[in-house]
Design a protein around this ligand. Structure first.
Ligand code: ZN
Length: 430
């Protein structure tokens, strides 16, 4: 077992390139050298050939770093789930026929009627899903935690406990999220403040016009909490077309006034899928000036975001799993590589550079939104690995990056800060 995040990964193909050896110390990449410079590993067990590190090569080399032979696998930055609801999932539980009514408020009430009576506790469900995410290659997560008059802080505490349980396996940001609005029921802003006092990292908001019906008051509360606790903002924006553009404009005004450039994310941003020119171009230019990020969960048309337009405009874009097989929707399994396929498919991507763009968003793209230590971007579409990068990787048994997206193979080894944390979709005990 690797210790202290020190490891040499040999015979890996960063982003499908030539074989290389990646040297890691204290969880950070120190050098990337052509393959062949490191003596072959002596497999300690049969498992070593499946992607776990070897023992030191001889008793006299006991102080030498462990070696992991990637055997030609792709080496990708680990996945970044930039938008997931760990407190809204039934992953691993018996199938429940989906009878959700559709629409934000009806679904809020539907979830409210059922979430407490699942087969396992909310804390167990959140912990389980986070483990599934890691096992499939995600080591950076931004999770929402629902805060409303019904759940109060119970769901936030479940997500916080999941983060603590997996703290060595993943970096997790928690968004205090008013799923049922800030104004429809009493006491929600105070509960939001309590969550921020107790470890939430980001303040959330949702559909300022459509859900609360008072965009000014809604956004004033969100941005006042951001100022008070000095935290970033992440707002769900399902509002369509011109209505969504109106809310987006109000968000941009506050971002500028409070000098919060680089600190605001808009999730879903369906309006960007609906706007005609020149409104779309103008909105993207202003968002880029304010470094407002966008996260998407790869919805079907007509809400599919024009990914190429967003990244070409210079926006930071991340991919998320959203709720997973929950009381809202039957979709989701905790595998961000599956969601990457969906992102490519819904964008109509076919050629390798396009599919690789989706994969770059799912890995390094999301890291630039949710992590303090994101890997370097390269040209933004082919993230490689270089000295100084955090050693958060997934080795994938695939011929090329686009093949990984199409095949979604189970042969994966997940490395978090230089330690192997999962092999072949199963967590490795620390
Ligand atoms: Zn969401």
């Amino acid at each position: 077992m690797t210790q202290h995040g020190t490891l040499i990964v040999t015979n890996a193909r960063p982003w499908g390139g030539d074989r290389a050896d990646v040297h890691i110390r204290d969880g950070v990449v120190t050098a990337v050298t052509p393959a062949g410079g490191v003596p072959p590993a002596r497999p300690a067990t049969a498992a070593a050939t499946a992607g776990t590190p070897s023992e030191p090569r001889s008793p006299t080399a006991a102080s030498a770093p462990p070696v992991l032979d990637a055997a030609g696998r792709l080496l990708l930055p680990s996945f970044s789930d930039a938008h997931v609801h760990l407190d809204s999932n039934r992953v691993g539980l018996p199938w429940r026929p989906n009878d959700s009514p559709g629409g934000v408020w009806p679904n809020v009430l539907h979830d409210r009627a059922h979430w407490r009576t699942a087969e396992t506790s909310m804390a167990e469900r959140a912990r389980h899903l986070l483990g599934v995410l890691v096992a499939h290659g995600t080591t950076r997560v931004r999770s929402f935690a629902q805060i409303d008059a019904d759940a109060r802080l119970e769901r936030f505490q479940a997500v916080r406990a999941a983060r603590e349980h997996h703290r060595d396996r993943a970096e997790v940001q928690i968004v205090a999220f008013p799923q049922a609005g800030l104004l429809r029921e009493p006491g929600v802003p105070d509960l939001m403040a309590k969550a921020l006092e107790q470890g939430a990292d980001v303040v959330g908001g949702i559909d300022p016009c459509a859900l609360d019906g008072d965009p000014v008051r809604h956004l004033d509360i969100v941005f006042a909490l951001a100022e008070r606790f000095r935290v970033p903002v992440d707002i769900h924006l399902h509002e369509p077309g011109e209505l969504g553009l109106f809310s987006l404009t109000k968000i941009m005004e506050r971002t500028a006034a409070l000098k919060m450039a680089g600190q605001v994310t808009v999730s879903h941003a369906f309006a960007l899928a609906h706007l005609p020119e020149p409104e779309l171009r103008q909105a993207l230019e202003r968002m880029a000036e304010l470094d407002i990020a966008v996260t998407t969960c790869a919805p079907a048309a007509p809400h599919t975001l024009p990914l190429d337009r967003l990244t070409s405009a210079g926006l930071r874009v991340g991919l998320g799993d959203d709720g997973q097989r929950d009381y809202w929707s039957p979709y989701g399994n905790g595998d961000l590589l599956d969601r990457t396929w969906q992102l490519a498919f819904t964008n109509g991507f076919r050629n390798d550079p396009q599919v690789e763009q989706a994969l770059a968003v799912a890995t390094a793209g999301g890291a630039r939104i949710v992590s303090a230590a994101a890997p370097r971007q390269g040209d933004g579409r082919h993230p490689g690995v270089s000295a100084g990068d955090p050693a958060d990787f997934v080795l994938v048994d695939a011929e090329a990056p686009a093949a990984a997206v199409m095949d979604r193979p189970p042969g994966r080894t997940v490395i978090r800060r230089g330690r192997v944390v999962a092999v072949d979709l199963k967590l490795v005990d620390a």
